[in-house]
Design a protein around this ligand. Structure first.
Ligand code: NAD
Ligand code: UDP
Length: 334
């Protein structure tokens, strides 16, 4: 397939690009590096089936500038958006714009090409959930003007817009709701709990737990997510494939337990210190993945221990370095 991926220079975008190229597709990545890394583009720069367009998708998507001989697109994947709370709170307007205008530009491009469309939505549409675990049928509990609203409401609008294009224009659209995902190539300064704690532990610094650490999260390794995305992309069109699908690992930890896991793995002598809990920090989060299991036959396979081993190794050997799996990709495709 000829695929356009927004947010290709991000953490998830880079893993998705790697997989799509390995599967033999052509990929045009689009990114403005607001929260991504040029190293993630450099990984694929020499690949014959990869092209990159540096652009702000909120302004438009100049696909022809980087096109594969003007080929028609088969799929548009919209992953562009700051995703870590410190990033989206530093760029609240840009985050709202990429969820709104950026999503519309991506939908318009898919519509113009007769392509299928997939939106990367988020567990944040559930806000601080009062239903646990969270099934897709839950409408959420979101503060519409709090510090996280620039992200939560942008994604909720993006879902609404996607469904409007599906219902009004008949576009073949798919929506995933991603739960906390981690792995190599996260930006070491992104401020998320996995990166903060791994970077702190590797530097021999105290681990920062916000609040009492009793809030929970469920951590998904990135290759499990990529498998779920590919399964949904490949699913035959039916009413069921258009509805949102949770993709996450239901193994739930308190943040304090998570800090203890990191400490045990890297240096049992490390101190755990507490810092203030940010406003509107969700108290609990765990995906109900029954839909993904039934619709796609998908379930995560990488547990926290195995995922952290690969992640810590990635951070040790300097983030952005070309991992062996990526070096092999161009060779396999040639
Ligand atoms: P990331 O910040 O590493 O990647 C996002 C990429 O989008 C970055 O490269 C950034 O530069 C790019 N981008 C942002 N705004 C843009 C714009 N206007 N134009 C062009 N490029 C733009 O984050 P990530 O963790 O890889 O997340 C990717 C997607 O998955 C996001 O849409 C995010 O909301 C979603 N998601 C991620 C998680 C997670 O745990 N990682 C959870 C839920 C949802
Ligand atoms: N957190 C923490 N220490 C850190 C960074 C984050 O205790 O150094 C907490 C944060 O308050 C939240 C959880 O870890 O409760 C997950 O935060 P993250 O920013 O990774 O993502 P979120 O799920 O909140 O979007």
């Amino acid at each position: 397939m000829n695929i356009l991926l927004t947010g290709s220079a991000g953490f998830i975008g880079s893993h998705l690009t790697e997989r799509l190229l390995a599967d033999g597709h052509t990929v045009t990545g689009v990114d403005n590096y607001i929260s991504g890394q040029p190293e993630n583009t450099a990984l694929f720069a020499d690949h014959p089936n990869f092209k990159f367009i540096q652009a702000d998708v909120s302004e438009g998507i100049p696909y022809r500038a980087g096109t594969f001989e003007g080929q028609t697109l088969d799929f548009v994947l919209h992953f562009a958006s700051p995703a870590s709370p410190p990033h989206y709170q530093q760029f609240p307007i840009e985050t709202l714009m990429v969820g709104a205008q950026g999503t519309q530009h991506a939908l318009e491009l898919a519509h113009a090409h007769g392509a299928r469309f997939l939106l990367a939505s988020t567990s944040e549409v559930y806000g601080d959930p009062q239903v646990h675990p969270q099934p897709e049928s839950y409408w959420g509990h979101v503060n519409p003007n709090g510090l996280r609203s620039c992200y939560d409401e942008a994604k909720r609008y993006a879902e609404a817009l996607t469904f409007a294009y599906h219902r009004h224009h008949g576009l073949d659209t798919r929506v995933i709701r991603i739960f906390n995902t981690y792995g190599p190539r996260m930006r070491p300064d992104d401020g998320r709990v996995v990166t903060n704690l791994v970077v702190q532990a590797l530097a021999g610094q105290p681990l920062t737990v916000y609040g009492d650490g009793q809030q929970t999260r469920s951590f998904q390794y990135v290759t499990d997510l990529v498998n779920g995305v590919v399964a949904l992309m490949n699913a035959e069109e039916s009413d069921a494939v258009h509805a949102p699908v949770n993709l996450g690992n239901p193994d739930e930890y308190t943040i304090l337990q998570f800090a203890q896991v990191i400490r045990e793995r890297i240096d049992p002598a490390l101190e755990i210190i507490h810092e203030p809990l940010p406003a509107d920090d969700p108290r609990q989060r765990r995906p109900d993945i029954s839909r993904a299991r039934e619709l796609l036959g998908w379930a995560p396979t990488v547990d926290l221990d195995a995922g952290l081993a690969r992640t810590v190794e990635g951070f040790r050997t300097s983030v952005g370095a070309v991992p062996a799996s990526v070096e092999r990709t161009p060779v396999a495709a040639e």
